[in-house]
Design a protein around this ligand. Structure first.
Ligand code: CO
Ligand code: CO
Ligand code: CO
Length: 346
């Protein structure tokens, strides 16, 4: 029996996230635990929580799971695991151990599909040096998979989304467009080469990007996932109390992302992200509509967005290129807080 996970869901990967506006309303109602050893909590909407164990050691803790982004169970497992582990890299941490989180429709999928998903996850984890030491499963449809990951970091070396400083250059390590490419695939419009390019990008660990940013003492970063480039940039600007300008014509794109956007392949998640960001963003007059919507496209297992001091930016880019992240580019810059948090320009 040929298993096709992709046809089981309307929106997979990080496009399946709850709308950011709703999520913020919900989180606002929660009490925040008060403990001086909590170094990063949900207040700044960062990628992971960080807890100090001793003066030399803090734990980085995060979880992500989602419905299928592709047809093949093994590849889905790989992508979901790379995406879950990414939040530890985005904080500058070293991922260490993980638990499987699985929701599998026992009646609707053959057994080998579960095994393949878990194998893909295990192989990606081992590529990251992560040991999976347990997990939990629930009978549920559509299937969902991901990891809860624990990493470690020196408490003085945490990289947060609150670390962007005026004058910094914004560097993005992976091209964008996964949501649009997959939406086009559903409509039969995306070329097979573009689908496979998107899959390789989603499978790529943010490990080497994180190594470069650690070596250069980068203080501010986040990874680009469900809220899109613009949504995550807004969170960074807010947490850092700065303004961010994105130059959207410099954005590296996956294959035919632009053409597909022009044909209307814009997933619903992009409009939810737009709604979230709109009031705090200034969109330049005459900004190309397609470029604007690409900035809001929900990414699955997207790249790192780093705020790099201007004198180091070129060195950082050339090291990223040397590591095979050959579309890494400068896509914007940080200024002191202006009227709006986010400026979307050509
Ligand atoms: Co993240
Ligand atoms: Co996450
Ligand atoms: Co349990």
């Amino acid at each position: 029996m040929k298993i096709d996970l992709f046809t089981m869901v309307d929106s997979g990967g990080c496009s399946a996230k709850i709308a950011p506006k709703q999520l913020e309303e919900i989180l606002k109602c929660l009490p925040l635990p008060d403990d001086p050893d909590i170094l990063v909590n949900i207040e700044t909407h960062d990628d992971a929580g960080v807890y100090r164990v001793s003066d030399e050691l803090a734990l980085v803790f995060t979880t992500d799971f989602f419905p299928p982004v592709c047809s093949d169970p093994y590849e889905f497992g790989q992508i979901a695991a790379a995406n879950s582990i990414s939040d530890v890299y985005a904080m500058g941490g070293t991922p260490m151990i993980a638990l499987n989180i699985m929701m599998f429709p026992a009646e609707k999928l053959p057994f080998e599909a579960y095994i393949e998903i878990l194998k893909g996850g295990a192989d990606m984890a081992s590529q990251a040096g992560v040991r999976i030491i347990g997990g939990h499963s629930i009978d549920d449809f559509p299937p969902k998979y991901g990891l809860a990951v624990v990493g470690y970091i020196h408490p003085q070396k945490i990289i947060t989304n609150a670390g962007a400083r005026t004058g910094d250059i914004l560097v993005l390590t992976k091209p964008v467009g996964t949501g649009i490419i997959l939406a086009g695939q559903r409509l039969g419009l995306t070329a097979e080469t573009d689908v496979s390019q998107a899959k390789s990008i989603m499978k790529l660990l943010n490990k080497s990007g994180a190594e470069v940013m650690k070596r250069h003492g980068v203080k501010g970063a986040t990874d680009i996932t469900g809220f899109g480039l613009a949504g995550h940039a807004l969170k960074m600007a807010r947490a850092s109390s700065v303004s961010i300008t994105l130059n959207l014509s410099t954005l590296p794109l996956i294959g035919s992302t632009y053409e597909l956007t022009d044909q209307g392949c814009i997933p619903g998640a992009a409009f939810r992200n737009l709604e979230y960001v709109e009031n705090e963003a200034y969109v330049e007059n005459n900004l190309d509509y397609n470029l604007k919507m690409i900035a809001f496209d929900a990414q699955t297992s997207g790249g790192l967005l780093m705020a790099v001091s201007p004198e180091k930016a070129d060195k950082v880019i050339s090291e990223l290129h040397n590591k095979g992240l050959d579309t890494s580019a400068k896509i914007g810059f940080v200024t002191e807080k202006m009227d709006r948090y986010l400026y979307l320009n050509r």
